[in-house]
Design a protein around this ligand. Sequence first.
Ligand code: ADP
Length: 268
Amino acid sequence: MKILDGKIVRDEILARLKKEFAKLAEVTKLAIIQVGARTDSNTYVRQKKIFAEKVGVVIEHLKFPENCLPAEIIEKINVLNADESIHGIILQLPLPVGFNTDEIFEVINPNKDVDGLTAKNLSRLSAGDLDGLIPATAKGILKILDYYKIPIVGKRATVIGRSRLVGKPAALALEARGAKVTVGHRQTENLAAIAKEADILVSAAGQKNLVGKDFVSPGQTIIDVGNDVDLAAVKDIAGALTPTPGGVGPMTVACLFENLLKARIINR
Ligand code: ADP
Protein backbone atom coordinates (compact mmCIF):
# COMPACT_ATOMS: atom_id res chain seq x y z
CA MET A 1 0.00 0.00 0.00
CA LYS A 2 1.34 3.38 -1.03
CA ILE A 3 1.37 6.13 1.57
CA LEU A 4 0.19 9.47 0.17
CA ASP A 5 2.34 12.01 2.00
CA GLY A 6 0.51 15.31 2.39
CA LYS A 7 3.55 17.08 3.80
CA ILE A 8 5.49 16.84 0.53
CA VAL A 9 2.59 18.38 -1.38
CA ARG A 10 2.11 21.00 1.35
CA ASP A 11 5.75 22.01 1.10
CA GLU A 12 5.46 22.51 -2.65
CA ILE A 13 2.38 24.68 -2.22
CA LEU A 14 4.13 26.57 0.58
CA ALA A 15 7.13 27.40 -1.60
CA ARG A 16 4.92 28.63 -4.42
CA LEU A 17 2.66 30.69 -2.14
CA LYS A 18 5.65 32.31 -0.46
CA LYS A 19 6.78 33.62 -3.85
CA GLU A 20 3.30 34.75 -4.83
CA PHE A 21 2.65 36.63 -1.58
CA ALA A 22 6.08 38.26 -1.81
CA LYS A 23 5.22 39.65 -5.26
CA LEU A 24 2.32 41.66 -3.87
CA ALA A 25 2.99 45.27 -2.98
CA GLU A 26 0.94 45.20 0.19
CA VAL A 27 1.17 42.61 2.99
CA THR A 28 -1.61 40.02 3.06
CA LYS A 29 -3.68 39.90 6.23
CA LEU A 30 -5.88 37.11 7.51
CA ALA A 31 -8.23 37.60 10.46
CA ILE A 32 -9.07 34.59 12.63
CA ILE A 33 -11.97 34.93 15.01
CA GLN A 34 -11.92 32.41 17.83
CA VAL A 35 -14.70 32.18 20.39
CA GLY A 36 -13.72 30.30 23.53
CA ALA A 37 -10.52 28.29 23.85
CA ARG A 38 -11.14 24.69 22.79
CA THR A 39 -7.93 22.71 22.69
CA ASP A 40 -8.53 21.46 19.13
CA SER A 41 -9.29 24.98 17.93
CA ASN A 42 -6.13 26.28 19.60
CA THR A 43 -4.15 23.64 17.70
CA TYR A 44 -5.73 24.51 14.33
CA VAL A 45 -5.15 28.22 14.88
CA ARG A 46 -1.53 27.53 15.80
CA GLN A 47 -1.03 25.49 12.59
CA LYS A 48 -2.41 28.38 10.55
CA LYS A 49 -0.12 30.84 12.32
CA ILE A 50 2.95 28.70 11.62
CA PHE A 51 2.06 28.42 7.92
CA ALA A 52 1.26 32.15 7.73
CA GLU A 53 4.64 33.06 9.11
CA LYS A 54 6.38 30.85 6.55
CA VAL A 55 4.59 32.39 3.60
CA GLY A 56 4.74 35.98 4.87
CA VAL A 57 1.09 36.48 5.78
CA VAL A 58 0.08 38.49 8.84
CA ILE A 59 -2.54 36.94 11.10
CA GLU A 60 -4.82 38.99 13.27
CA HIS A 61 -6.04 36.56 15.93
CA LEU A 62 -9.19 37.94 17.54
CA LYS A 63 -10.17 36.06 20.67
CA PHE A 64 -13.57 36.30 22.29
CA PRO A 65 -14.63 34.71 25.57
CA GLU A 66 -17.02 31.78 25.38
CA ASN A 67 -19.73 33.83 27.08
CA CYS A 68 -19.61 36.74 24.63
CA LEU A 69 -22.73 37.71 22.68
CA PRO A 70 -23.26 36.64 19.06
CA ALA A 71 -23.89 40.33 18.28
CA GLU A 72 -20.29 41.13 19.27
CA ILE A 73 -19.00 38.59 16.77
CA ILE A 74 -21.29 39.91 14.05
CA GLU A 75 -20.15 43.46 14.73
CA LYS A 76 -16.52 42.41 14.48
CA ILE A 77 -17.13 40.58 11.19
CA ASN A 78 -18.76 43.71 9.78
CA VAL A 79 -15.72 45.75 10.74
CA LEU A 80 -13.41 43.20 9.10
CA ASN A 81 -15.60 43.09 5.97
CA ALA A 82 -15.21 46.84 5.58
CA ASP A 83 -11.47 46.88 6.35
CA GLU A 84 -9.58 46.86 3.04
CA SER A 85 -6.36 45.79 4.72
CA ILE A 86 -8.00 42.46 5.70
CA HIS A 87 -8.03 39.99 2.82
CA GLY A 88 -9.49 36.90 4.46
CA ILE A 89 -11.70 36.11 7.45
CA ILE A 90 -11.83 32.78 9.27
CA LEU A 91 -14.46 32.07 11.87
CA GLN A 92 -12.95 29.16 13.76
CA LEU A 93 -15.51 26.39 14.20
CA PRO A 94 -17.17 25.00 16.20
CA LEU A 95 -18.73 27.98 17.94
CA PRO A 96 -19.90 27.49 21.54
CA VAL A 97 -23.28 25.86 22.10
CA GLY A 98 -26.11 28.35 21.64
CA PHE A 99 -24.46 30.25 18.76
CA ASN A 100 -26.29 30.10 15.44
CA THR A 101 -23.32 29.18 13.26
CA ASP A 102 -25.13 29.49 9.92
CA GLU A 103 -26.49 32.91 10.73
CA ILE A 104 -23.15 34.27 11.91
CA PHE A 105 -21.20 32.71 9.04
CA GLU A 106 -23.43 34.40 6.48
CA VAL A 107 -22.27 37.81 7.71
CA ILE A 108 -18.81 37.14 6.26
CA ASN A 109 -18.25 38.81 2.89
CA PRO A 110 -18.14 35.81 0.48
CA ASN A 111 -15.10 37.37 -1.21
CA LYS A 112 -13.20 37.16 2.09
CA ASP A 113 -14.59 33.75 3.04
CA VAL A 114 -11.36 31.75 2.71
CA ASP A 115 -13.03 28.71 4.31
CA GLY A 116 -15.50 28.71 1.40
CA LEU A 117 -18.40 27.97 3.73
CA THR A 118 -20.80 30.84 3.06
CA ALA A 119 -23.92 29.92 1.12
CA LYS A 120 -22.71 31.81 -1.96
CA ASN A 121 -19.42 29.94 -2.15
CA LEU A 122 -20.98 26.57 -1.38
CA SER A 123 -23.67 27.04 -4.02
CA ARG A 124 -21.00 27.84 -6.58
CA LEU A 125 -19.31 24.57 -5.67
CA SER A 126 -22.60 22.66 -5.87
CA ALA A 127 -23.05 24.04 -9.37
CA GLY A 128 -19.80 22.28 -10.22
CA ASP A 129 -17.63 25.41 -10.33
CA LEU A 130 -14.22 24.73 -8.80
CA ASP A 131 -12.76 28.18 -9.53
CA GLY A 132 -14.18 29.96 -6.50
CA LEU A 133 -13.27 29.77 -2.82
CA ILE A 134 -13.87 26.09 -2.06
CA PRO A 135 -13.52 24.55 1.40
CA ALA A 136 -9.89 23.80 2.10
CA THR A 137 -10.27 20.12 3.00
CA ALA A 138 -12.14 19.39 -0.22
CA LYS A 139 -9.53 21.26 -2.21
CA GLY A 140 -6.77 19.42 -0.36
CA ILE A 141 -8.31 16.06 -1.25
CA LEU A 142 -8.37 16.92 -4.97
CA LYS A 143 -4.80 18.20 -4.84
CA ILE A 144 -3.35 15.17 -3.12
CA LEU A 145 -5.12 12.87 -5.61
CA ASP A 146 -3.79 14.95 -8.52
CA TYR A 147 -0.27 15.06 -7.11
CA TYR A 148 -0.13 11.27 -6.90
CA LYS A 149 -1.83 10.97 -10.33
CA ILE A 150 -4.84 9.08 -9.00
CA PRO A 151 -7.59 9.45 -11.61
CA ILE A 152 -10.90 10.98 -10.51
CA VAL A 153 -12.94 11.45 -13.66
CA GLY A 154 -15.27 8.53 -14.29
CA LYS A 155 -14.31 6.82 -11.02
CA ARG A 156 -16.58 5.78 -8.19
CA ALA A 157 -16.04 7.75 -4.99
CA THR A 158 -17.70 7.11 -1.66
CA VAL A 159 -17.63 9.84 0.99
CA ILE A 160 -18.45 8.80 4.54
CA GLY A 161 -19.78 11.82 6.47
CA ARG A 162 -21.92 14.71 5.26
CA SER A 163 -20.86 17.62 7.44
CA ARG A 164 -20.95 21.15 6.05
CA LEU A 165 -17.25 21.56 6.78
CA VAL A 166 -15.85 18.36 5.30
CA GLY A 167 -18.07 15.58 3.97
CA LYS A 168 -20.45 17.63 1.85
CA PRO A 169 -17.85 19.84 0.17
CA ALA A 170 -15.62 16.81 -0.48
CA ALA A 171 -18.52 15.04 -2.21
CA LEU A 172 -19.35 18.14 -4.28
CA ALA A 173 -15.72 18.68 -5.27
CA LEU A 174 -15.25 15.07 -6.40
CA GLU A 175 -18.48 15.23 -8.34
CA ALA A 176 -17.38 18.47 -9.99
CA ARG A 177 -14.26 16.62 -11.13
CA GLY A 178 -16.31 13.92 -12.77
CA ALA A 179 -16.46 11.15 -10.16
CA LYS A 180 -19.64 9.21 -9.49
CA VAL A 181 -20.14 10.08 -5.84
CA THR A 182 -22.07 8.22 -3.16
CA VAL A 183 -22.41 9.72 0.30
CA GLY A 184 -22.80 7.56 3.39
CA HIS A 185 -23.47 8.69 6.93
CA ARG A 186 -24.51 7.49 10.36
CA GLN A 187 -27.88 6.20 9.16
CA THR A 188 -26.71 4.58 5.95
CA GLU A 189 -27.50 0.89 5.59
CA ASN A 190 -24.84 -1.41 4.18
CA LEU A 191 -22.20 1.28 4.57
CA ALA A 192 -19.36 -1.25 4.26
CA ALA A 193 -20.65 -2.47 0.90
CA ILE A 194 -21.00 1.09 -0.40
CA ALA A 195 -17.49 1.92 0.78
CA LYS A 196 -16.09 -1.23 -0.75
CA GLU A 197 -17.36 -0.54 -4.24
CA ALA A 198 -15.53 2.80 -4.42
CA ASP A 199 -12.31 3.44 -6.29
CA ILE A 200 -11.74 6.40 -3.97
CA LEU A 201 -12.98 6.18 -0.39
CA VAL A 202 -13.04 9.43 1.58
CA SER A 203 -13.74 8.91 5.25
CA ALA A 204 -14.73 11.93 7.32
CA ALA A 205 -16.75 10.43 10.16
CA GLY A 206 -14.42 10.96 13.11
CA GLN A 207 -14.90 7.35 14.27
CA LYS A 208 -11.72 5.49 15.07
CA ASN A 209 -11.37 2.14 13.26
CA LEU A 210 -14.66 2.59 11.40
CA VAL A 211 -12.93 1.70 8.14
CA GLY A 212 -11.85 -1.90 8.51
CA LYS A 213 -11.32 -4.71 6.05
CA ASP A 214 -15.03 -4.94 5.11
CA PHE A 215 -14.90 -1.38 3.77
CA VAL A 216 -11.90 -1.79 1.54
CA SER A 217 -11.26 -3.37 -1.84
CA PRO A 218 -8.00 -4.24 -3.60
CA GLY A 219 -6.25 -1.25 -5.12
CA GLN A 220 -8.62 1.26 -3.53
CA THR A 221 -7.40 4.74 -2.61
CA ILE A 222 -8.39 5.77 0.90
CA ILE A 223 -8.42 9.41 1.98
CA ASP A 224 -8.59 9.28 5.75
CA VAL A 225 -9.86 12.67 6.87
CA GLY A 226 -11.41 11.66 10.18
CA ASN A 227 -8.68 9.31 11.44
CA ASP A 228 -11.17 6.53 10.79
CA VAL A 229 -8.97 3.85 9.28
CA ASP A 230 -7.92 0.64 10.99
CA LEU A 231 -4.46 0.58 9.46
CA ALA A 232 -3.59 -3.01 10.35
CA ALA A 233 -6.82 -4.26 8.77
CA VAL A 234 -6.49 -2.39 5.46
CA LYS A 235 -2.78 -2.24 4.79
CA ASP A 236 -2.59 -5.45 2.76
CA ILE A 237 -5.73 -4.68 0.74
CA ALA A 238 -5.87 -0.98 -0.19
CA GLY A 239 -3.74 0.52 -2.95
CA ALA A 240 -3.01 3.88 -1.32
CA LEU A 241 -3.78 5.73 1.90
CA THR A 242 -3.36 9.21 3.33
CA PRO A 243 -1.93 8.81 6.84
CA THR A 244 -3.06 10.67 9.94
CA PRO A 245 -1.25 12.76 10.85
CA GLY A 246 0.59 13.89 7.73
CA GLY A 247 -2.06 13.32 5.07
CA VAL A 248 -5.06 15.57 4.58
CA GLY A 249 -4.27 17.84 7.57
CA PRO A 250 -1.24 19.61 6.06
CA MET A 251 -3.07 19.86 2.72
CA THR A 252 -5.99 21.62 4.38
CA VAL A 253 -3.81 24.33 5.88
CA ALA A 254 -1.98 24.88 2.59
CA CYS A 255 -5.23 25.11 0.63
CA LEU A 256 -6.62 27.65 3.04
CA PHE A 257 -3.72 29.93 2.11
CA GLU A 258 -4.30 29.23 -1.58
CA ASN A 259 -7.81 30.52 -1.01
CA LEU A 260 -6.37 33.58 0.73
CA LEU A 261 -4.26 34.36 -2.34
CA LYS A 262 -7.33 33.86 -4.52
CA ALA A 263 -9.33 36.17 -2.24
CA ARG A 264 -6.71 38.87 -2.74
CA ILE A 265 -7.10 38.57 -6.49
CA ILE A 266 -10.91 38.62 -6.25
CA ASN A 267 -10.86 41.69 -4.00
CA ARG A 268 -8.37 43.68 -6.04
P1 ADP B 1 -16.65 16.79 10.55
O1 ADP B 1 -17.03 18.24 10.62
O2 ADP B 1 -15.23 16.55 10.93
O3 ADP B 1 -16.97 16.17 9.22
P2 ADP B 1 -19.02 15.96 12.09
O4 ADP B 1 -19.02 15.32 13.44
O5 ADP B 1 -19.67 17.26 11.89
O6 ADP B 1 -17.50 15.96 11.65
O7 ADP B 1 -19.72 14.96 11.07
C1 ADP B 1 -19.48 13.61 11.11
C2 ADP B 1 -20.19 12.97 9.93
O8 ADP B 1 -19.83 11.57 9.95
C3 ADP B 1 -21.70 13.02 9.99
O9 ADP B 1 -22.21 13.27 8.70
C4 ADP B 1 -22.12 11.60 10.47
O10 ADP B 1 -23.36 11.18 9.92
C5 ADP B 1 -20.98 10.76 9.95
N1 ADP B 1 -20.74 9.62 10.82
C6 ADP B 1 -20.45 9.62 12.13
N2 ADP B 1 -20.33 8.38 12.61
C7 ADP B 1 -20.54 7.55 11.59
C8 ADP B 1 -20.56 6.14 11.44
N3 ADP B 1 -20.34 5.33 12.46
N4 ADP B 1 -20.83 5.64 10.22
C9 ADP B 1 -21.06 6.47 9.18
N5 ADP B 1 -21.05 7.79 9.25
C10 ADP B 1 -20.81 8.33 10.43
